[in-house]
Ligand binder design. Structure first.
Ligand code: PMP
Length: 449
């Protein structure tokens, strides 16, 4: 490996980072993460920290799963690549489609379309939703509904249904016909409503109103995360997704559950939709599908959707796909990851360790006045909203957040910042002692603000 100075200089000179300012990153260079073992990462300076981010909500199995590594290595020997465009397929892709559809069978998923990541999966779902309605005799159903604070990736479709301005402004105009409803975010919302169940009712009413205004017959799909992740770990009331399902059903609108974070056990259930007792029409997945070891995503569709495509004439052909759709190495990673995810019963560990983390965060809030809101309690997703004043809910400034982040890292845990939120999504294999390490480090970090 090249020496430290080379890496630092070249990073500043040639590497543009996602979600970062290329100029500012020269002044404040990013940490170089050199290696990882178990649930810990080690940087170029030799400092180790428990990775409370799980890479980017994805390294569910931690960094040392030998079965997945071996499966990837073996597949590279047998068949490093072949296309799955109509006419050819490969054994790993077939096995992976079986594994992922079995995994989500209880959610009603019947077919898998593989992609290279979450943004691909979202855009695939949006495109398939329009085509579904066209095949179904309703070509005017082209619009999309979504939630503010939702995150659905940064392709054009995903950015258009995205509910955070940062990913939109600067790239407009986006896809026309995308409309956003309020987020089930009790800490701040336009209704000043703090009761989650009442807020859910109010958003449902807003959705009915928007559908009436647009005309139900013009709307293709509604996309939502069962728990909003990047937007700050926003947990809706238990009634919320069911209400959304019921409204979609009544108006012939497809429900897309964006499970890029919530799928594969993170919420303590095998899918976020199942967590809320809902069966979506489509699911978008990525991240935990390979534990981040290989870039793969999948868009899954129910029998209802599949039958329309499969029963159609020539126009049922899917003129959409990626060179790396059903990539054999990625598919081998999927098969091994899903086997390991089930064998280790990651959902159960996520539920138990998630409870521990949430209780620990509640205890921290008693000591740290700057914690405005604590969100989580459903598996291993947690968020702390940091304020400079609890009464006025004034958001902590960027400098304060940077101090918390740096001090927490020095004290032994890597957390993620999303504006003035601290976000956590550790590997689902994490132990009780490692959760304690995160909490102790955060205690130190919060004191530094
Ligand atoms: N949807 C959701 C819910 C996500 O959290 C993300 C990524 N954080 C995406 C889509 C986009 O995935 P990717 O970054 O793999 O393109």
């Amino acid at each position: 490996m090249k020496d430290d100075n080379f890496l630092k200089e070249e990073n500043a000179r040639h590497l543009w980072h996602p979600m970062g300012h290329p100029g500012a990153l020269r002044e404040t260079p990013p940490r170089i993460i050199r290696s990882a073992q178990g649930v810990s990462i080690t940087d170029q300076e030799g400092h180790s920290a428990v990775d409370a981010v799980g890479g980017l909500w994805c390294v569910n199995l931690g960094y040392s799963n030998q079965k997945v590594k071996d499966a990837i290595a073996a597949q590279l020997q047998d068949l490093p690549y072949y296309s799955a465009f109509a006419g050819t397929t490969n054994p790993s892709a077939i096995e992976a489609s079986h594994a992922v559809c079995e995994f989500f069978a209880e959610d009603g998923m019947a077919r898998a379309f593989f992609t290279s990541g979450g943004s691909d999966s979202v855009d695939t779902a949006l495109r398939l939703a329009r085509q579904y309605h066209r095949l179904n005799g309703a070509p005017q159903r082209t619009k999309f509904l979504s939630l503010k604070k939702g995150y659905h990736g940064t392709h054009w479709g995903g950015a258009s249904v995205n509910g955070n301005n940062r990913f939109r402004i600067g790239y407009e105009p986006l896809l026309p016909g995308c409309f956003h409803l309020p987020s089930p975010y009790t800490y701040r919302n336009p209704f000043d409503e703090t009761d989650p169940a009442t807020l859910a009712q109010k958003i449902a009413a807003a959705m009915e109103d928007e559908i009436a205004f647009q005309g139900a017959e013009t709307i293709a799909a509604f996309i939502m995360e069962p728990i909003q992740g990047a937007g700050g770990v926003i947990v809706p009331d238990a009634s919320f997704m069911k209400l959304m399902r019921e409204i979609c059903d009544r108006h012939g609108i497809l429900l897309i559950s964006d499970e890029v974070i919530t799928g594969f056990g993170r919420t303590g259930h095998w899918s976020g939709a199942r967590h809320w007792g809902v069966k979506p029409d489509m699911m978008t997945t990525a991240k935990g599908i390979t534990s981040g070891y290989y870039p793969v995503g999948a868009t899954l569709v129910s029998d209802k959707v599949a039958e329309v495509f499969e029963g159609a004439g020539a126009e049922g052909a899917i003129w959409h796909g990626y060179t790396y759709s059903a990539h054999p190495v990625g598919a081998a990673a999927v098969v091994a990851t899903l086997e390991e995810t089930l064998r280790l019963d990651l959902a159960s560990n996520a539920a138990a360790r998630g409870d521990q983390l949430f209780k620990g965060l509640q205890a921290l809030a008693e000591r740290h006045e700057i914690i405005g809101d604590i969100r989580g309690g459903h598996g291993l997703m947690a968020g702390l909203e940091i304020v400079s004043d609890r009464g006025s809910k004034t958001a902590m400034d960027a400098a304060g957040m940077a101090r918390i982040h740096a001090a927490t890292y020095e004290a032994g845990a890597m957390v993620r910042l999303g504006m003035h939120n601290i976000l956590m999504s550790p590997p689902l294999v994490i132990t009780e002692a490692e959760i304690d390490t995160i909490l102790t480090a955060l205690d130190t970090g919060l004191a530094a603000a």
